[in-house]
Design a protein around this ligand. Structure first.
Ligand code: GLY
Ligand code: MN
Ligand code: MN
Length: 410
């Protein structure tokens, strides 16, 4: 089932909020993403620039959004209808419908931007999502990223529903993957099981290139080749998720190719699982990333010492950060229109407290290349007023749940 798109009035409200956060003598200029060539006369799939999309919900290229704080005016430069071009590429929104459909105050043909934008920007402070603007050469351009990042960091109820949908499509894909791995000889075949579900269930894209690493490849954090044979007796790490109406999910599960954990695999897996569950329990208003990271490091080191896979003193391993040999990434990140979403991680140079409406991943992992064993477990979490809600809930995670999911026939 489709989830309702963000309403025009919510997009308008977002532009109003941004406008209020700008000084009076300011103009904000947000260009749409450009198409990128892939091969001769063939392009990569189009993905709108996230902040432009956040403020418009408009998915066309060759467009520029302009906010004039002094007059509280929203202007869109966009493509003019062209019957010959639409024969090949389909219709475009055009100027007449832009106000009605997007709620902008004015819409001009993008062909007029060279002439009109310099006049609009004359004597103003220019803020943009781009470092420089071809239409305003020589004019100082300040970064809009900080201001809009703060706004995008707190998700609205409508955004959270879209993100829940992205996560649930991804959960269904992970379920299919766990069930189908018995029929997959190669990593790419397992990736295909996931990617089929992303598209079949209405995801507009992968949220990022699927990472499907068997054995030693599970230790390569951003492994994307997905070309090797899956071997019984090894674990496979799958970090794969869909994007829905441009909102990302980001989910990782690690499971035994054979469907049954060996005793060592189970021990290591349960250390990571405990760290992840304890970290999720800490996601609530007022707590911080620093607290989560400390908890994760403590649980991983303590757990790995307990099972005897590492040796030494817990305090020393933590103080000297030698755990970075097997745990070398952070415990998570903001999630939204970008998979590594915008928004500052600190406030006034101090760890930033979590707030209702923030969405983040929790993803501890450990990587032992010499054992050909990497384990990461990643879920998507929204901070609520009392604690948190797991957007990716329903996906097998304990050893027992994973083994029983894998035993189902697809
Ligand atoms: N899939 C990228 C990440 O987990 O950050
Ligand atoms: Mn992640
Ligand atoms: Mn991930």
């Amino acid at each position: 089932m489709q989830v309702k798109a963000i309403t025009v009035s919510e997009y308008k409200q977002r532009r109003d909020v941004l406008m209020k956060n700008l000084e009076q003598d300011t103009i904000a200029v947000l260009p749409a993403a450009t198409h990128h060539k892939r091969t001769h006369s063939s392009e990569y799939p189009y993905r709108q620039e996230s902040s432009f999309y956040y403020l418009t919900g408009f998915n066309e290229p060759n467009a520029v959004l302009v906010l004039l704080a002094a007059t509280n005016e929203v202007i869109l430069f966009n493509q003019a209808p062209n019957p010959k071009k639409s024969q090949w590429e389909g219709p475009v929104l055009g100027q007449e419908d832009a106000s009605k459909v997007l709620g902008v105050d004015k819409s001009y043909n993008i062909a007029e931007i060279d002439e009109k934008l310099p006049a609009l920007a004359a004597g103003k402070k220019v803020y943009s999502t781009q470092a420089s603007l071809p239409w305003l050469e020589g004019q100082d351009v300040k970064a809009l990223a900080g201001i809009i990042g703060e706004q995008r960091l707190i998700k609205s109820p409508a955004e959270i529903e879209l993100m829940r949908k992205a996560a649930q499509i991804s959960v269904a894909a992970h379920q299919r993957g766990m069930q189908q791995v018995k029929n997959c000889e190669y990593e790419y075949q397992l990736a295909a099981e996931y990617e089929y579900v992303f598209k079949h269930k209405g995801g507009n894209s992968l949220a990022y290139e699927s990472i499907v690493g068997g054995g030693v490849n599970s230790c390569v954090l951003h492994y994307q080749a997905n070309t090797e044979k899956l071997k019984s007796g090894e674990m496979v790490l799958v970090d794969a998720a869909a994007e829905y109406q441009n909102y990302a999910a980001d989910i990782t599960r690690t499971y035994p190719v054979s469907g049954k954990f060996s005793s060592q695999q189970k021990d290591v897996y349960e250390v990571v699982l405990r760290a992840q569950e304890n970290a999720i329990a800490q996601v609530k208003p007022g707590n911080t990333w620093a607290m989560i990271q400390k908890q994760v490091v403590n649980d991983l080191v303590e757990g790995l010492l307990d099972i005897g896979i590492i040796n030494g003193s817990k305090d020393e391993i933590i103080d000297k950060q030698s755990y970075q040999e097997f745990y070398m990434h952070s415990s998570g990140h903001w999630l939204g229109l970008d998979v590594h979403d915008v928004g500052a991680y600190t406030q006034d140079e101090k760890p930033r407290p979590f707030q209702n409406g923030m969405v983040l991943t929790i993803e501890p992992g450990v990587y032992f290349s010499e054992l050909g064993l990497g384990v990461r477990i990643e879920d998507d979490i929204v901070v609520t007023d009392k604690g948190c809600d797991i957007l990716s809930k329903g996906l097998a995670k304990s050893v027992k749940e994973v083994e029983s999911e894998m035993a189902k026939s697809a």
